[in-house]
Ligand binder design. Structure first.
Ligand code: AMP
Ligand code: GLY
Length: 427
């Protein structure tokens, strides 16, 4: 098969790494890719949101499957455009991608189908949103309805902070169209976890759980980021909890999408709060998580490619995937200053010394210049290790991090702390 992966991050490197290992894959391209992806795929200089460019390339090269990594092109309708051109694609249609592209759409669907999620209101008027906040009290969560590059959510500790977030979006127009409507919702207590499943329009094929670390600093402090590290599986997701997530959230959601006339295909990434009364849905993403994907691909023993094809073809029913029972843990190395301003073009050395049988270094923001690897993004590398326990995966990942020579980068030193504490407490 000829395969084209769309995107340029660590998630796409992990997808390319897994697809390149498939005996079914005869040719792999990535648009636009990065220096690490170039080891597994031929990178082509087409932007992930250049829909015309991607469709033209896929047609010209008779691509058998396009795998769309990020949410942007999905929400813009890349899969619809490819399907219209007769090209098979992994990922949801634009109508189905509204689950991530419009938080209000997702919340209304949950409300209509009794899917457990935070109580909420939808607002385009600042005065009405503030009245709702005053009536509910703090803490309370204010969310831009549309895609806001991970910056659209404010967990407000006070009514004043929530009101400021409302003004930011609805009056100062901080997120443009994406923030012209808000969801204001109840603050949920508990432990966060993520759950991933493949869907083919009707059948749900469970993948695995994961947990990420969104804050930039050790101990989950400092500003939010795209994710500073992750591990899979998430110990809080016991088999009982996983069964509840599938029964109470994923299956009803997939059925609701079919009923709404926009059957879901692709990967469902459910962001969950596991509280005392069980799982509640925080958000749906319609693509793999980054860096969660890196941990899932390290754990997957089966060939990924037939599963992606089956999702696109509506043929997941008889597929079974095998997983390493081990934990995979990914430490993100970012450029100094991230998520604020950071320098680009600094050199990274020692990458070959870091990789081993149990450790893969996925690239997120790199380019090659002659023999040198340079950092080009905020999140730059995802050092991912397998281990028999979370503690072992963590130790292996950090041993590899320490072999990488990049004075201009940093990482959190405590990825997996919650799970390691759980392991220690459990003996
Ligand atoms: P998001 O950008 O949508 O991934 O949300 C960012 C983070 O905000 C989530 O990972 C949660 O930590 C937090 N969050 C979002 N909604 C809620 C909620 N209703 N209750 C508590 N925390 C929330
Ligand atoms: N790591 C969170 C995300 O991909 O949205």
């Amino acid at each position: 098969m000829k395969v084209l992966v769309v995107g340029s991050g660590g998630r796409e490197h992990a997808l390319c790494w897994a697809i390149a290992a498939s005996p079914l894959c005869e040719k792999l391209w990535c648009a636009p890719g990065n220096a690490g992806i170039a080891q597994d795929a031929e990178c082509v200089a087409i932007g992930a949101e250049d829909l015309d460019g991607i469709v033209a390339f896929a047609r010209e090269h008779a691509v058998d499957l396009v795998v769309v990594g990020p949410e942007g092109p999905l929400v813009l309708g890349l899969v619809d455009r490819l399907n219209d051109a007769g090209i098979r694609a992994f990922g949801p249609s634009a109508a189905a991608a509204r689950l991530e592209g419009s938080k209000g759409f997702m919340k209304d669907l949950c409300a209509a189908h009794g899917i457990p999620t935070a109580a909420y209101g939808r607002f385009t008027d600042a005065a009405a949103a503030k009245a709702f906040v005053r009536e509910r009290g703090a803490p309370i969560v204010v969310k831009a309805d549309g895609l806001a590059a991970g910056k659209g959510v404010v967990v407000a500790e006070s009514v004043a902070e929530a009101e400021a977030a409302i003004d930011d979006a609805l009056v100062a127009n901080r997120f443009g169209d994406a923030g012209a409507e808000l969801v204001v919702e109840e603050f949920l207590e508990g432990e966060e976890a993520s759950y991933f499943a493949l869907v083919d329009g009707k059948t749900v094929l469970p993948l695995a759980s994961a947990q990420d670390h969104k804050r930039v600093g050790d101990g989950d402090t400092g500003p939010n980021t795209g994710g500073m590290g992750a591990y899979s599986p998430a110990p809080v997701m016991t088999p009982e909890m996983e069964a509840r997530v599938l029964d109470e959230i994923v299956h009803p959601l997939v059925a609701a999408m079919t009923e709404a006339g926009c059957p879901f295909k692709g990967v469902v990434f459910a962001g969950l709060m596991i509280g005392e009364s069980g799982p509640k849905l925080i958000e749906i993403n319609v693509r793999f998580g980054d860096p969660e994907c890196q941990t899932l691909m390290m754990r997957l023993r089966s060939d990924l490619l037939p599963a992606l094809v089956a999702s696109a073809d509506g043929a997941l029913a008889h597929l079974d995937l095998r997983w390493h029972p081990e934990t995979a843990l990914c430490v993100v190395m970012a450029a100094n200053g991230y998520p604020g301003d950071y320098a680009k073009g600094t050199e990274i050395r020692g990458l070959d010394a870091a990789a081993s049988d149990d450790v893969t270094v996925f690239h997120a923001g790199t380019k090659r210049e002659a023999e040198r690897i340079l950092a080009t993004g905020g999140r730059v590398l995802g050092v991912t290790a397998l281990g028999a326990s979370v503690a072992e995966a963590q130790a292996r990942a950090y041993a590899a991090v320490d072999r990488i020579d990049w004075p201009d980068g940093f990482c959190r030193r405590d990825i997996g702390w919650r799970a390691v504490a759980r392991e220690t407490a459990g003996g």
